[in-house]
Design a protein around this ligand. Structure first.
Ligand code: UD1
Ligand code: MG
Length: 454
């Protein structure tokens, strides 16, 4: 663990109302590539070596707390009275830290390298206040950096403070700051209130300039990194940038993406080498994929675990596990708690839920297996269904090794089909079928018993 910033505390601002999102979800919890945006900010700070993080949340910020988890201090800002007021709430929690890193919680693409570079420059220059700036084509709602004729920073003017917000390029405030604690705490109190009763953190720049404090603007190397998210258009744009970053990381690690533009991979997904992802595929949540797989086109995986050399085409897999050499689809659905052992074949229009399919099970067409244990090498005929729900409760079905479930068989659970047993086409099985037996009809009766071992 990097200890460079041991005497620092990072303060992340996440208590704003996020009105411009027009959402009942707090802005900082809107997801980007499967994670709430504020998680990226906290993760970047930690990765850069800032171990102590204080997150400022709104009174109804329990969801933010839940999303970020333990190992973080939380302080509540009773009313959203501006970014300056938000930082003031963190003073006690920041304790004796000599230096503060303050980060807007709605600027999620900022990297650990950039934060470390900002903090190092701040220390090397012995600055009182350092902040990240960026040159952007469209200043929009960002605070604009003001400089005098000698190029010295004189302040930041917020878009709301401009009578005529200038269109076009500008140097903007990116929303990441470093403060020497002894300079910050007394000066926070000096921030004036706006007409709306807000106290802008950015007023500190003019205060620092006026009193001749050591003020250091640090330009971001990539303006995409410091995009702030205030509305859903900006959220969608950030998502596209992040998707590009994630896809590039997988490409360089040996994964083929046939069409990166239509491949949507969440931040936490892992993929083995020589796996090929065909177009229009979605890899969501905590999905992990082995080596040499072929996925897609048109495939959706969520929280799926997929072993080596699997093929999944035009299918959906949710919270299911596939061992190696499994093939699925087109048009099948593997639902939560399904476990498919190696070599299983799932064809088209099949659904599996909460079931274990042993090695080499074949389930080619139009079937439903739910709440079942299926033995190795069993064959599930077209249209066979486990009738697992009696209207009140779910019941389990057991299908033995090497069993042959005939087409259109209804297995009325709870029921057991013995090893090597068979059912005839259209059988409605209401009682257990012994190993090696053949059951036919509706309701099914046993018509022959064979030695399963023969
Ligand atoms: C802010 C900056 C602006 C900068 C831009 C960069 C100020 C006054 N302006 O504007 O100069 O260019 O970010 O993206 O800081 N928050 C609180 N409590 C509050 C208000 C806000 O915790 O009372 C949090 C928000 O949740 C958000 C962050 O602070 O994560 C920034 O607030 P926001 O309202 O988005 O500020 P901007 O208008 O984007
Ligand atoms: Mg913002």
């Amino acid at each position: 663990m990097n200890d460079t910033f041991a005497h620092w505390t990072a303060v992340i601002l996440a208590a704003g109302q996020g009105k411009r999102m027009r959402s009942s979800l707090p802005k900082v919890l809107h997801p980007l590539a499967g994670r709430p945006m504020v998680r990226y900010v906290v993760d970047a700070a930690r990765e850069a070596g800032f171990r102590r993080c204080v997150v400022v949340i709104a009174p109804d910020g329990d969801a933010v707390r839940a999303a970020l988890g333990d190992g973080i201090d939380y302080v509540t800002q009773a009313e959203a009275l501006g970014t300056g007021h938000a930082v003031a709430q963190a003073q006690q929690a920041a304790g004796e830290a000599e230096q503060l890193l303050v980060l807007n919680g709605d600027v999620p693409l900022v990297t650990a390298e950039t934060l470390a570079r900002l903090a190092r420059a701040h220390e090397e220059q012995a600055a009182d206040l350092s902040f990240l700036t960026a040159q952007v084509d469209e200043a929009g709602e960002y605070g604009r950096v003001q400089r005098d004729s000698d190029g010295r920073v004189t302040g930041i003017v917020e878009a709301a403070e401009l009578d005529n917000a200038t269109e076009g390029p500008a140097e903007i405030n990116a929303g990441q700051y470093c403060f020497r604690a002894r300079w910050l705490w007394p000066n926070l109190a000096a921030i004036p209130s706006t007409g709306d009763g807000e106290r802008y953190l950015t007023s500190l720049i003019a205060i620092a300039a006026r009193e001749g404090a050591a003020l250091l603007p640090v330009p971001a190397l990539d303006s995409d990194e410091v995009r702030g998210i205030n509305d859903r258009a900006q959220l969608a744009h950030a998502e596209a940038i992040l998707r590009g970053r994630i896809n590039r990381r997988h490409l360089l690690a040996g994964v083929s993406l046939v069409d990166p533009a239509t491949t949507y991979i969440d931040a936490g997904v892992t993929i083995g080498r020589d796996t090929v992802i065909e177009p229009n595929s979605y890899l969501r949540g905590a999905t992990s994929i082995g080596e040499g797989c072929r996925l897609g086109p048109n495939t959706i995986l969520r929280d799926a675990t997929v072993g080596d050399r699997c093929h999944i085409v035009a299918s959906t897999v949710e919270s299911a596990t596939l061992e190696e050499d499994v093939d699925v689809g087109p048009y099948s659905h593997l639902r939560p708690d399904s476990y498919l052992c190696s070599g299983v074949h799932i064809g088209n229009f099949a659904e599996v839920k909460n079931s274990r399919l042993g090695k080499g099970v074949k389930m080619g067409h139009h079937s439903y297996i739910g709440d079942a244990d299926v033995g190795e090498e069993a064959n599930i005929g077209a249209g066979a269904v486990t009738v697992n729900f009696d209207g009140r409760n779910k019941h389990r079905t057991v299908i033995g090794r090497g069993a042959f479930v005939g087409s259109d068989t209804m297995l009325i659970a709870p029921v057991t089909i013995g090893d090597g047993a068979r059912t005839g086409a259209g059988a409605v099985v209401t009682h257990d079928v012994p190993p090696g037996a053949l059951a036919v009809g509706a309701p099914a009766r046993i018509v022959s018993e064979e030695d399963a071992k023969a």
